[in-house]
Design a protein around this ligand. Structure first.
Ligand code: SF4
Length: 289
């Protein structure tokens, strides 16, 4: 496979064929994200992508899912996306799911009919980074969308019948904005009604503006107790009809994987036990991005 630079995938795509169809992220402004800081966004040429599909056809016959990398592949033109999806369907007929990252801008750049068309050609899931439901935090981290736009984008994905997975980031409000971030994120998630919620815990990379904010004292990362308090507040404020909730990424201090609303009370009890010291947290040296 012709991989270039950092190829990032969602945790749940650990066993997927990673087909890199763009390099970098067209937004590339989020202050906490160092994944593509030195990379100019570029769409990979058709020959390279076709060659990689050919490689997967020969060597990846046990993998049933394809993740289209990098950062926001939904920004590609409709024609190019359909061409890629058709190539996957033709050459990797055993693949049952094709997924990608889409930010609010990219999602809202498609009509409902276009999203439905992508579903028809095999797209099954969109991963969307909300990070926070608090507008001040979203503005500060330069996410490129406010909470109202995030909610509209979520409705657009779900309205097209696609599976929506939303990522939130514990700690991104800093100590100062911690409580507001946690509460508003829970409330916005409730309005987005995603099929899946993934909570990660902020780990700051040295090549990011956020790193410099920590160095100059304008941002303070919550400690593990603060992160647990955020998780607790967030879960308390999430009211969804039916979602998977995962906080089992290697960055998290406390591993949680459950269904909401079914397991809400149990999870809140588990967080409480951890807060009282009755449950082991992941040690700092074992946390990973
Ligand atoms: S949109 Fe995603 S990939 Fe792009 S800079 Fe923000 S967090 Fe990073």
């Amino acid at each position: 496979m012709h991989y270039e630079g950092n190829v990032i995938r969602p945790p749940s795509e650990w066993n997927s064929i990673i087909l890199q169809v763009t390099v970098g992220c067209s937004h590339n402004k989020c202050t906490f994200c160092g994944a593509y800081k030195d990379v100019d966004f570029r769409i990979k040429d058709e020959e390279t992508v076709s060659a990689d599909i050919g490689f997967a056809a020969a060597h990846c016959q046990r993998q049933k899912r394809v993740f289209l990398a990098d950062g926001d592949v939904l920004i590609l033109s409709q024609q190019r996306l359909i061409q890629i999806l058709q190539g996957i369907r033709q050459h990797l007929p055993w693949v049952t799911q094709v997924t990608l990252y889409g930010n609010a801008k990219a999602i809202l750049s498609k009509t409902t009919a276009q999203l439905q068309e992508l579903k028809h050609f095999g797209l099954s899931r969109v991963y969307m980074g909300l990070e926070s439901g608090n507008d001040h935090v979203l503005d500060t981290i330069r996410k490129g969308a406010d909470s109202a736009k995030m909610i509209r984008a979520a409705a657009h994905v779900r309205g097209a019948g696609l599976f929506l997975s939303v990522t939130v980031l514990l700690g991104i409000g800093g100590t100062e904005g911690s409580a507001d971030h946690a509460r508003d994120t829970g409330l916005v998630i409730s309005r987005m009604q995603p099929n899946q919620i993934a909570a990660l815990t902020l780990m700051v990379m040295e090549n990011t503006p956020l790193w410099h904010a920590i160095r100059n004292g304008s941002f303070t990362l919550p400690d593990p107790a603060g992160m647990l308090a955020e998780l607790q507040t967030m879960v308390e404020h999430i009211n969804v009809e039916r979602s998977q909730f995962h906080a089992n990424h290697a960055s998290n201090y406390l591993e949680i994987s459950c269904r909401l609303p079914r397991d809400k009370d149990r999870i809140l009890r588990e967080i409480n036990v951890a807060q009282q010291g009755g449950k082991q947290l992941r040690p700092e040296h074992m946390r990973r991005l």
